[in-house]
Design a protein. Structure first.
Lengths: 393, 393
């Protein structure tokens, strides 16, 4: 799948020797009526289309699969480029590629858009077969379990009996945990990063305010957007709130401090004065162009509902049937899903005799650190994976 | 001013022996053209009306004045009741009254609504004499310095030559700091609480998102609200964001955890599931009924602009002319204006030889702790004040 780039025609891509190159998103459709998927909320959904990308080659034994699970704002496009013109590589390109942490010379890497998403997988923007209009709020409530069940369908479809390793950050990490609970025999190893087994009251609160911003945007119109209009203002505000929680106070200070935006003095007006305002504004605008507000509502609700201790009585009991090897990674400056939440996970795993390692990476970059270049993260993952490989021989 | 309550007619008020009783808001108008007040932004404003309340009696020497400075959402009504029917006492009633921390048996306590406010003091809701319409966004940008200058006019008007003590939390604390810089000879002592000499990048960011929510509410209409309509949704969202920052993660956990609101199971719908959502929603709705969105814009901007080190070159230089005695109080769990910011203030005061005490109160209640019943806070203030009294004799 990797492309031999002509450096004369495309210098930017040609310069990255570790890129998987040009990639494309594929789809698989299943759960066609009358075989709809039963969701955790009790409703049925089908047909379901799942959008996914793959990088590297599946080996003959079909034993080298790594399943990447994306977070709130991610999609199936985790690495490489969709075209020569694409400005940015996939969202986890720093980690996926030949010679990278998830080394596509060795592994067959899959990433799929989550159920409820807006990038090819069935979600609230999809056409509801009953009404022949977009689902909007008639889309059923989905949970992390449902997301994982849909991914399992994809794995079955690709003929893979066992995934070598699952990994993802944040909501992706929740899916990783859920996989080892829902399908203990299908997962050799798992690397949940910057995640939690349940949201704190504060995280619930931030999600609630974000949803509120979307829902109170008149253009939201109860999820049925007016022609040519989307609740852009509401979604932008939700994204801005999110962004503050993804960065640490230290990294915000280092990145922006109180520096003014293209001026030397206060404007004494309601235009943008500070760089941090300008940054957030830009993040909000950008997000609106690529993301659907209803998906934001459904994904944050799925995060809110994820509560392993609540569901199983205790975290220890939630992990009773786990057979996968665990590498849990957290970041010291993550205040959205703080490191103590990863330690809770590890303690409960240990009580169940799970083979688990914990690494708290010291970094000022907060929750979003898993998306940034991080040598330590790369080394940890590479070495964890290569140990798995050795055992496999 | 304290009322002898008839317990037969008003049990609720009669039960509180420490209430200042029935109080009323007074006003003073000054800066009438052509003597408008020159603001820091360079524009002039006048006439200016300042709304204020007083509790206790000014002594013959006019030496027992305590000036209370309110925060973002406060007003002049700091203690007692406006009527028998008023459900809630003034915003700092727990601290102001006979026998309380700011003891109205001893002190003459004044609280005024800040310049730019919406509770009687001239602000964006006031009528612009030029247009005969509400100022809206034609109201000049105001700063903490301007707020203090207006308070100084009130003190002069009341014939007070020196204030015994100034105190306030958050934005109120900023005003307290500014008073000792602007009018070093007028302030005997000062108690800034849960405050900062400048906002961090993260706090700037939260303010920016709150303003964005207001400004993108179509009912805001560039500050000229449509008849009978206010940007209620935007202001509610701004308030919800604020509220998250006023509480600590611990106190949110203790208060709400992941408890559901009047249900035992998830609703699998977009109604309110968690108590914390319901609480924030309620806070948002309540606020909208009593507060003006444009004032919210102006106050948060004044907080953003407050930067003593930026203005004077360093915090040490900002405090060069200070003659007041200082008691700086911070809360360990305050993450909006963290305790380290109070320590910065104290270090710079010490370098200037100011008589300063610092107290970091260990509490889980976050930034809002200054508004809550707190025995330690009460004791600290009482004892600080009584020492001042002794010196005065």
């Amino acid at each position: 799948m990797a492309l031999n780039l002509d450096k004369n025609t495309n210098v930017r891509m040609g310069m990255d020797q570790k890129s998987v190159g040009l990639v494309e998103t594929k789809t698989h459709t299943f759960a066609k009526p009358p075989n709809e998927l039963l969701l955790e909320c009790g409703r049925k959904l089908g047909p379901i289309t799942i959008a996914y990308e793959t990088y590297g080659k599946l080996n003959d034994k079909k034993s080298n699969t790594i399943l990447i699970l994306h977070a709130l704002s991610g999609d199936a496009h985790a690495a490489g480029y969709h075209s020569y013109d694409e400005e940015k590589a996939g969202w986890w390109d720093i980690m996926i590629g030949p010679g990278k942490a998830f080394d596509t010379n060795k592994y067959f890497v899959i990433c799929s858009n989550i159920l409820g998403g807006c990038k090819g997988t069935t979600g609230p923007m999809s056409i509801n077969p009953e009404s022949q209009k977009p689902f909007g709020m008639s889309f059923p409530m989905i949970t992390v379990s449902d997301m994982v069940n849909v991914q399992k369908e994809l794995i079955d479809h690709l003929g893979i009996k066992k995934v070598l390793c699952l990994s993802g950050g944040s909501l992706g990490g929740m899916q990783a945990l859920q996989w080892t609970i829902s399908y203990p025999d299908w997962v050799e190893a798992v690397i949940p990063i910057a995640t939690t087994s349940r949201l704190s009251a504060q995280s619930l609160a931030f999600n609630a305010v974000g949803r509120n911003a979307i829902i109170s945007d008149p253009d939201w119109n109860n999820g049925e957007y007016f022609p040519g209009k989307t609740p852009a203002q509401g979604l932008a505000i939700a994204r801005m709130i999110g962004h503050i929680t993804y960065l640490s106070p230290e990294s915000m200070h280092d990145k922006f401090g109180r520096r003014l935006q293209e001026k030397e003095q206060y404007s004494y007006d309601f235009v943008t004065d500070f760089q941090v305002e300008s940054y957030l504004h830009y993040q909000g605008i950008q997000f609106v162009e690529r993301f659907d507000a209803n998906t934001y509502l459904y994904f944050t609700k799925a995060m809110d509902y994820f509560d392993l201790a609540g569901k199983f009585g205790s975290l220890e009991r939630a992990f009773e049937k786990i057979k996968s090897k665990y590498l849990v990674i957290s970041f010291t400056s993550d205040w959205l899903f703080p490191a103590y939440q990863s330690r809770e996970i590890v303690r409960a795993l240990i009580k169940n005799g799970v083979d688990v390692s914990l690494c708290e990476i010291k970094t000022p970059y907060g929750h979003d650190a898993f998306l940034l270049e991080n040598e330590q993260l790369t080394r940890l993952i590479s070495s964890f994976l290569s140990n798995l490989k050795l055992k496999e021989k």
